[in-house]
Structures are given as structure tokens and as C-alpha cells.
Design a protein around this ligand. Structure first.
Ligand code: ATP
Length: 253
């Protein structure tokens, strides 16, 4: 299990010597990583390199790893698919994210406030199946935020969105991040997305953090700026893939 440690003086998350295997296959082979409060770390790597496995350890969804996995306070996760319960209206879905569910009325009031923060106040009483993909993902983000996490774990949360909705979601995430100051681990296949959002990008390879690339660009970052493109090309080269434009780059062209 992931330990919970007091928040003061600690990073939002700390992994030290983390190892995880599935049967004979070693997927994470000695990961050392601190994520500070108020820091966005992006994790990229080839398919099967262990990104989601690392995120699941931080989420407390793994209990058979070795090494250290500490989270200060508590983490919440947003997955690629919104995972809303179809027979509950949006506001009740969001309220499910609350740690303390003793008062239903207070919980729903909090959920409505957070839905307003993500621009979905007008859809609070809607059924999940009537939401667009982008709206559903914002509802999932609201469900994660209502718990006031110290660590927000994002597993390709924008991967299924069309390119323009994805850019809007980036802006929203950065606004929320500036206000709440949680630590963020973002798993993504989109190097342009990583460059736009992250303070540093980690490249996972063969179970280890093979490269760490600090993104030294002021925010807000232009998706298509030449500086961002240089970082994106460098990351693609570190990943050993062709220099194809990512979905985000295509949208910005
Ligand atoms: N529950 C499991 N049982 C057995 N093997 C698993 C399990 N979960 C993941 N794996 C294996 O561990 C490796 C890493 O998987 P993981 O999902 O972490 O990769 P990833 O980098 O997130 O991949 P992708 O980018 O394709 O989502 C893969 O080889 C996968 O098949």
C-alpha cells in the first residue's frame, strides 16, 4: 500500500527504489522520484513502459511493489475515460469524490461549486450520457478536485478528446493548478502536451527514468511556439520515434 505521511515539509509524493514486477517481468526497476507541491511532472514512454503502473502505485492501487511510495495527504486520479456512473446525475457523481460523505446536502453543494469551477455548473443535474466527451472529462476532473487532493494523478485524461477540446482542457487544468497548488503527475503519449503543461518531463524506458527534461519556458505557453517545438522534438528523439506532429501540434497549426 502507499503510505500516507504528513504534508508539512514533504514533497507531494516520493518514490524511492520502487520496483514492481508482474510475474517474471520487471516493469519498474528502481524508480526514484519526488513531486513537489505545486509542480507538474509529465511522464512519457513507449507503450508498455510502465507509466500507468507507476501512476497506480502512487494512487495506492498496488500493494505488491517494493521500495518506498509516500504520498503527502491523498491522491486522486483522472483516467482516460471519465468513468461516470450513468444512473446518477452529474452532481451526485462528483459528490462521490468527497472523502467525507456524511452530509449529502453539504456534499452536493460542494460538488456544485467545483462543477462551476470547471465550467459545468449548468450541467450539474444532467445525466452523464448526455454530456459531450469534453464535458464528461471535466466532470471527472471535478470529481477528483472535490476531494481537495494534494496529488492529482492524470492518466491520459485528454487522450480521447478532439484536439481543440484538448487545448481548452489544458487551459482549464492550468487555471485550476494555479489556484489549488497540488502536485500533478501527468501520463501522456503527447509530447507537445507534456511540454505545454509540465515543469519537467520524465522519459520512462526499461523500467527506469531514462531522461529528465526540465521545461524552461514561461507560462502560459503557446502550443505552437518554436521553443516548445524544440522541446517536443527533443523528447521525440529521446523516445526514439519519428518526428510526427502530435494531436496538439496539429490543432495548433
Ligand atoms: N495486471 C497486470 N498483469 C500483468 N501484466 C501487466 C498488468 N498490468 C500491466 N502489465 C504489463 O506491465 C507492462 C506495463 O504496463 P503499463 O500499463 O504500466 O504500461 P504503459 O506505459 O502505461 O502503457 P500504455 O502507454 O500502452 O498505456 C506492460 O507490459 C503490461 O502488459
Amino acid at each position: 500500500m502507499t503510505d500516507t505521511v504528513p504534508r508539512t515539509g514533504t514533497p507531494a509524493a516520493r518514490l524511492a527504489g520502487l520496483r514492481k514486477s508482474f510475474g517474471p517481468r520487471v516493469v519498474l526497476d528502481g524508480i526514484d522520484l519526488d513531486i513537489a507541491h505545486g509542480e507538474i511532472v509529465a511522464l512519457v514512454g513507449r507503450s508498455g513502459s510502465g507509466k500507468s503502473t507507476l501512476l497506480r502505485v502512487l494512487a495506492g492501487l498496488s500493494d505488491d511493489h517494493t521500495g518506498t511510495a509516500h504520498v503527502a495527504g491523498h491522491p486522486t486520479v483522472v483516467f482516460q475515460e471519465p468513468r461516470l456512473i450513468p444512473w446518477l446525475p452529474v452532481v451526485k457523481n462528483v459528490a462521490l469524490g468527497l472523502k467525507d460523505r456524511r452530509s449529502r446536502a453539504r456534499g452536493e453543494a460542494q460538488a456544485r461549486t467545483v462543477l462551476g469551477d470547471v465550467g459545468l455548473g449548468h450541467r450539474a443535474d444532467a445525466w452523464p450520457l448526455t454530456l459531450s466527451g469534453g464535458e464528461a472529462q471535466r466532470a471527472a476532473l471535478a470529481r477528483a478536485l472535490v476531494a481537495e487532493p494534494t496529488l492529482l494523478l492524470l492518466d491520459e485524461p485528454f487522450g480521447a478528446l478532439d484536439a481543440l477540446t484538448r487545448l481548452a482542457a489544458h487551459d482549464l487544468l492550468l487555471r485550476l493548478f494555479a489556484r489549488h497548488g497540488f502536485g500533478v503527475l501527468l501520463v501522456t503519449h503527447d509530447v507537445a502536451e507534456a511540454v505545454t503543461l509540465a515543469d519537467r518531463v520524465l522519459v520512462l524506458d526499461s523500467g527506469r527514468i531514462a531522461h529528465e527534461v526540465p521545461i524552461d519556458l514561461p507560462r502560459p505557453r503557446k502550443h505552437a511556439s518554436p521553443d516548445a517545438a524544440v522541446y517536443a522534438a527533443r523528447l521525440l528523439s529521446l523516445l526514439g520515434v519519428d518526428d510526427q506532429p502530435s494531436p496538439t501540434q496539429k490543432a495548433a497549426q
